[in-house]
Design a protein around this ligand. Structure first.
Ligand code: CDP
Length: 227
């Protein structure tokens, strides 16, 4: 059931740690409702990529000019969201292990957060969006009509990441270590840490299929759309 033009177009905030299933679920929920899916992690990853390419030190003062100079855009195509940096499509490159290693350091910087949250608010202000990230329900859209916090056990999340990567020499233990390190950095930072908003609904996806978690969120969304 797609929504019709007379229905309320709400904001759905989907937060949670790495591998909790946010992006796949958000994409499906958005598709079902005819909403736009916005992957805010891609924005933090793109700025990290730009900083690494230009060999900038990862500090507020060094990254501020980058944020002003770089044209950063999320483009919606029939094949999904593409991330454009300058004129280049960096959708693949922002998923590299190198970017993943440094993204939590870059995303902890207040200058970076301020610039990107502002853009995210602009992108979602008219509603009809499913936005996923770490601070959407707490900082970017604290007034979102529906806030979901997705969780899953560390081991389950690491298994999902390994499956996503396909061919890799990384062991399950090493993947658990990497994800745990990033979670701790994201949850421990001073500005906009990863945490559940007090009014977010927590869903543990450890034993749920993508279909199950998607339909739970869709049901919650429809309640609010029709309210
Ligand atoms: O897909 P995955 O869960 O690995 O991460 P992501 O959503 O692509 O986000 C990558 C990193 O960006 C996170 O580990 C956070 O450090 C940062 N991030 C953030 O700080 N705030 C957001 N709203 C989204 C991502």
């Amino acid at each position: 059931m797609k929504t019709t033009s007379t229905e309320k177009r709400i904001i759905i905030a989907l937060d949670g740690p790495a591998g909790s299933g946010k992006s796949t679920t958000a994409r499906r929920v958005a598709g079902e409702l005819g909403y736009v899916y916005i992957d805010t992690g891609a924005m933090y990853r793109a700025i990290t990529l730009a900083a690494l390419r230009e060999e900038r030190s990862l500090t507020n003062t060094d990254l501020l000019p980058l944020l002003e100079d770089y044209h950063l855009e999320l483009v919606i195509t029939p094949d999904g969201q593409r991330t454009i940096l300058g004129r280049e499509d960096v959708t693949q490159e922002i998923r590299s292990p190198e970017v993943t290693k440094f993204v939590s350091t870059v995303s902890a910087l207040p200058a970076v957060r301020e610039a990107l949250s502002k853009r995210q608010r602009d992108m979602g202000k008219n509603g009809g969006v499913v936005m996923d990230g770490r601070d959407i329900g707490t900082v970017v859209f604290p007034e979102a009509e529906l806030k979901i916090f997705l969780m899953a056990s560390l081991e389950e999340r690491a298994k999902r990441r390994l499956a996503e990567l396909g061919e890799t020499t990384l062991s399950l233990q090493e993947m658990c270590r990497q994800i745990d390190e990033r979670d701790k950095q994201d949850a421990g930072r001073l500005v906009s840490p990863l945490r559940r908003a007090h009014d977010a609904i927590e869903i543990d996806t450890s034993h749920l299929s993508i279909e199950e978690q998607t339909s739970r969120i869709l049901a919650l969304a429809r309640e609010r759309i029709l309210a």
